[in-house]
Design a protein around this ligand. Structure first.
Ligand SMILES: Nc1nc2c(ncn2[C@@H]2O[C@H](COP(=O)(O)OP(=O)(O)OP(=O)(O)O)[C@@H](O)[C@H]2O)c(=O)[nH]1
Length: 200
């Protein structure tokens, strides 16, 4: 039997103040939900190990604070990430309208050259009645940008695992294709060097 491959991935969760980033992460990692609100200062990290096919993934997930005053500090954590969960609150229109800026920021730091950087969008707090962002509006925004969209509730644990694991799957595929390209380039380089050595 082949041993499982092991891959470490860094994921980030970003979005406006109070949209539920910490709650989503705690629901995913610890299966818990807290009603009380404690804003994240800067960033904190939680880890989770999951199995995807023949690979064991160690996810290191960076939870970032949504406060404006931490914005530029938080964006330094985007570097080296393998994928991003972009979150808004369906009862807070402003948090949805801010998605463009959050996405531009993260792409500027992570994918200036190649465009395959994986993002999923989560519309959180669908358990609440006072919704301000219709599902179709959020879906259209995501469709236009070719980003998967999930309607979620950290409180009621709706779609949370599905969303995180779709991102993990996409981040793994990207990681594997970057690795394959690197190996192919290295082989080309070393066979090229050998044939040059052999020719004269
Ligand atoms: N009803 C409901 N409340 C939620 C949900 N998710 C989060 N909350 C509440 O929203 C508040 C903010 O949640 P956090 O997870 O701290 O939000 P955050 O985005 O991490 O906040 P910052 O770190 O300040 O940016 C808390 O009171 C949570 O209990 C949800 O799915 N449904």
């Amino acid at each position: 039997m082949n041993p499982k491959k092991k891959v470490d991935l860094k994921l980030i969760i970003i979005g406006a103040l109070g949209v539920g980033k910490t709650s989503l992460l705690h629901q995913y990692v610890h299966k818990t939900f807290y009603e009380d609100y404690q804003t994240t200062l800067g960033a904190s990290i939680l880890s989770k190990i999951i199995s995807l096919g023949d690979t064991t993934l160690k996810l290191q997930i960076w939870d970032t604070g949504g406060q404006e005053r931490f914005r530029s500090m938080v964006s330094t954590f985007y570097k080296g990430s393998d994928g991003c969960i972009l979150t808004f609150d369906v009862t807070d229109l402003e948090s949805f309208e801010a998605l463009d800026t959050w996405r531009d920021d993260v792409l500027a730091k992570t994918a200036p050259v190649e465009k395959s950087y994986p993002i999923v969008v989560l519309g959180n707090k669908i358990d609440l009645a006072d919704r301000q962002v219709p599902q179709e509006v959020a879906q259209d925004w995501c469709k236009e940008k070719d980003i998967p969209y999930f309607e979620v509730s950290a409180k009621n644990n709706i779609n949370v695992v599905q969303a995180f694991e779709m991102l993990a799957g996409r981040a793994l595929s990207r990681y594997q294709s970057i690795l394959e390209n690197y190996l192919t380039d290295s082989i080309k380089l070393s066979t090229g060097n050998q044939s040059r050595r052999g020719c004269c």
